[in-house]
Design a protein around this ligand. Sequence first.
Ligand code: PMP
Length: 358
Amino acid sequence: MARVFNFSAGPATIAEDVLKKAQEELLDWNGTGMSVMEMSHRGKDYVSIAEKAEADLRELMNIPAGYKVLFLQGGATGQFAAIPMNILRGKKAADYVCTGSWSKKAIAEGKKYCDVNVVSQPEKFNTIPEVSEWNLSADAAYLHICSNETIEGVEFKELPECGEVPLVADMSSNILSRPIDVSKFGIIYAGTQKNIGPAGMAIAIVREDLIGDALPTTPSVLDYQKQADNDSMLNTPPTYTWYMAGLAFQNLKKIGGLEAIAEINDRKAAKLYDCIDASDFYANPVDPKYRSVMNVPFTLADDSLDAAFLDGAKKEGLVTLKGHRSIGGMRASIYNAMPEEGIDALIAFMKEFERTNG
Ligand code: PMP
């Protein structure tokens, strides 16, 4: 059966080359006669896989010395709690920008551990207020943003300048989509199941001077210092997901790294937004300045056609286009691994559906 184009927001498409490599190595990794899944995480074969994944990620993102790269469990949601537990450093409050559904969840979790100042929240989650309008507080332990709101399709295009306060970013849905300056961040974190590989892991890139002073109640598995001291192997890590992430990093390097993928991503997104904007039949509600390059929500002018649209798309092999249940409509998630042909096929279908139903 031909592979379909899967527009899921996560777990999401994995590049075919990555899946094929995993398939090739499934039963016998590198002549060991063993699957990666079966290896001891402390054995030299697995440790070499884990170390290569970290080295490749450091190279791809140009992660400076002075940052730890941690491979953790509990997904990005685990990090919502881990952040305040690890980096309040005696302070009582933290600043959060609320730009959509995932910011809201981070805020709700953060409130369990500290006083949360919501420094900015637009009336509707379709834009990002200017940084000059944010109500930043002087005593915040950190400033948290969600760099790409997966549900609403709203993405930061520039980094907020926030002085000395460490910037913490949930990059779950746009990590590795373009080059960024890691040195501008205190912490970057992301679940792996969107732009990296399978579910089951979160990656946290943490500035070393921020760690080592976790709340005493912090579970050891979420304690950045303890995990760093144990090379993210304080307990058994999600070994296969870590391996798959490593294959994705190798694949990204092969196609030219983040500059190359950014160019492809921009082209893919521009095509799809152009198709939406060119018609009165489809609409995207997001301020064009902040439209996400990764998640493209759109609506049909007549929502009674939604089911027919989804049905027709599925027949063309275009699946998981239904929008998030909280906002309805459609959503095309077009992460790094979505080939450009997938976008072209979606656009061709959208035009044909409009022609026959418009
Ligand atoms: N943050 C963002 C931006 C997300 O898109 C998601 C998942 N959709 C999460 C956090 C939560 O991730 P997880 O399911 O890994 O906890």
